[in-house]
Design a protein around this ligand. Structure first.
Ligand code: GLU
Length: 553
């Protein structure tokens, strides 16, 4: 009769190491009390998802706050879904958000004593553990073909039973080792399954740092642990890796709660202490039908971190926004701290909301305006160049024409106690400031639209008066008073109140005059402060633009 040990040897003759060897090779980490070892474990299957950025932010924060270790592990065991180069790209993107691992997979290299940190390079480690399970009758080779699995599923559907490979349906669980050996020697393909001793009627207590303590039904599935390609499945791999990499807290998306029964059972079977778990709420959005749904890779631009980078949102804004999702008290905190030094904020799992947060573009743009508004002109120049070089060549060449001029444009009402927040992102900068450049102004001015409540003659009169009588050689207050005089002379009220009190008596108010000037000079209804716009353009260019508009009316 073939023993379990002989069967294990038949399957893995090349594996000589034991679990004890691995325990020695990857010893407990020597860290101070309370230090957390966390990991971000992306699969290289495409772009960095906003939800993954959220997870990695929390992993990073928890390790930093506790003086622990944050590492990245590349979970590439699903070779069919792998997209070449996406692992490197994920790491590059994380770096843009200042999420830099202390150890692990770094994109082009790996660092640390607990590696390799790429799962496909850890096949032998998994095999050591699986060999142990086989030797102890806790795993078995399964020869079920796709047809057989389909057949099982069909039967379960007919009988309205939970689908899966378990109990009496786990047909190859009942083979003798002699039969197993014979099939293997015959070259039959197989996978290795975990032999579950669970019963789904039993309840197991689990504890989660976000969700608290609760009970789950015990796992009774004989899950696949090693696929026919020699690589493990996620469930099994993460258990081995988090054990031997000495992770203290597994932080991952809520979608994994459902498989927690499998994970706790695997840890218990192996006699390993399970890490703490923190399942983070998913980021949602209101769908077309008005219901909440998960941000979807396929349908939502906000699902991809690259969208924010390409559109020129400052990375700090997205990070701050995500932190408000994590802990709602963060918003007030960062406000008090003038939008800097978020490393000092104390994150807490217990303050995390259990409900999936709705992605709020408005809040992101609030943070973005604050951050862009608080940079000095040199910072904004550098930031814009860096962004534009990669994503926006037109903007890049605009900035490059004259960096000082660009800085002056961006410096309007900047570098003061309460800077203006004119800019939400760098992606539409050219639209907002393009008019400062004469050639772009020329293009835009071919379709200038004024408020239709004014006749062409009214507009011409305003522009001619402003051209002839509004001096720029005075401070903003006097300049505005000067504009009021012109307004009054042309039959406009000098303030809104006067207009409101007696609408028939006026053509409009001084703000209409300002709007006419603004549109003539910038082609836009919104622009940075008009006084400074005129100062920068200079009197001669303003007059040239007024004349050109007048001649076209
Ligand atoms: N590779 C898994 C994923 O990308 C990781 C889940 C985990 O963090 O354990 O979702």
């Amino acid at each position: 009769m073939v023993t379990n040990k002989e069967l294990a040897e038949l399957i893995f003759p090349e594996i000589k190491e034991t679990i004890e060897d691995l325990e020695k090779k990857y010893p407990e980490r020597n860290l101070k009390e309370g230090a957390e070892v966390t990991r971000f474990a992306p699969s290289p299957t495409g772009f960095l998802h906003t939800g993954s950025l959220f997870t990695s932010l929390i992993c990073h924060k928890v390790a930093r706050d506790s003086g622990g270790v944050f590492y990245v592990r590349l979970e590439d065991t699903d070779t069919k879904r792998e997209i070449q180069g996406s692992g490197e790209q994920l790491l590059e993107q994380l770096k843009l958000f200042n999420i830099v691992p202390d150890e692990g997979y770094l994109g082009n290299s790996q660092k640390g004593n607990y590696g390799p940190y790429i799962q496909s390079q850890r096949a032998d480690i998994y095999k050591v553990v699986i060999k142990y399970l086989l030797e102890n009758g806790l795993a078995y080779p399964d020869f079920a073909s796709q047809e057989e699995l389909d057949e099982i599923r069909k039967k379960q559907e007919e009988q309205k039973l939970t689908p899966g490979y378990y109990g009496e349906f786990a047909k190859y669980r009942f083979l003798t080792n002699d039969e197993r050996k014979e099939r293997i020697l015959n070259g039959e393909p197989y996978v290795i399954r975990f032999k579950s001793s669970g019963n789904h009627l039993n309840k197991v207590p689990v504890s989660d740092l976000v969700h608290g303590d609760f009970e789950i039904a015990e796992n009774d599935l004989d899950i696949v642990i090693l696929k026919s390609d020699g690589l493990p499945t996620y469930h099994f791999a993460h258990v081995c890796d988090d054990h031997f990499m000495r992770t203290t807290t597994v932080i991952r998306g809520e979608e994994w709660i459902a498989s927690l029964p499998i994970h706790v059972q695997l840890f218990a079977t192996l006699g390993w202490k399970a890490p703490k778990y923190a399942h983070l709420p998913v980021i949602m959005k209101i769908g077309e039908n008005g219901n909440k749904r998960k941000l979807s890779k396929r349908h939502d631009k906000e699902a991809a971190v690259s969208f924010f980078l390409e559109d020129g949102y400052p990375s700090e804004a997205l990070i701050m926004y995500l932190m408000t999702i994590a802990n709602s008290n963060f918003e007030e905190w960062i406000f008090e701290h003038k939008f800097t030094g978020m490393e000092e904020f104390k994150f807490s799992f217990s303050k995390m909301s259990l409900e999936g947060a709705l992605f709020d573009m408005g809040k992101l743009s609030f943070f973005s305006k604050e951050i862009l508004g608080r940079m000095n002109k040199h910072e904004i120049l550098e930031r814009t160049k860096k962004y534009a070089k990669e994503f926006n060549p037109e903007l890049y060449s605009l900035v490059e024409r004259d960096e000082n001029y660009f800085m002056e444009i961006m410096n309007i009402e900047r570098e003061k106690e309460n800077p203006r927040k004119d800019y939400e992102k760098l992606g539409n900068l050219k639209e907002i400031i393009g008019f400062f450049y004469n050639d772009i102004y020329e293009e835009l001015s071919s379709n200038i639209v004024f408020n239709e409540k004014f006749s062409n003659q009214d507009i011409k009169d305003v522009l001619a008066q402003v051209r002839d009588n509004l001096s720029l050689e005075q401070d903003e207050q006097n300049w505005f008073n000067n504009m009021k005089e012109i307004a009054s002379f042309l039959g406009f009220a000098t303030d809104r109140k006067a207009l409101k009190a007696n609408p028939e008596a006026f053509k409009g108010s001084v703000s209409d005059v300002a709007e006419i000037i603004r549109i003539a000079l910038t082609t836009r209804k919104n622009s940075p402060n008009l006084y400074y716009v005129m100062q920068l353009l200079k009197k001669s260019e303003c007059d040239r633009r007024f004349n050109s508009v007048i001649s076209k009316l």
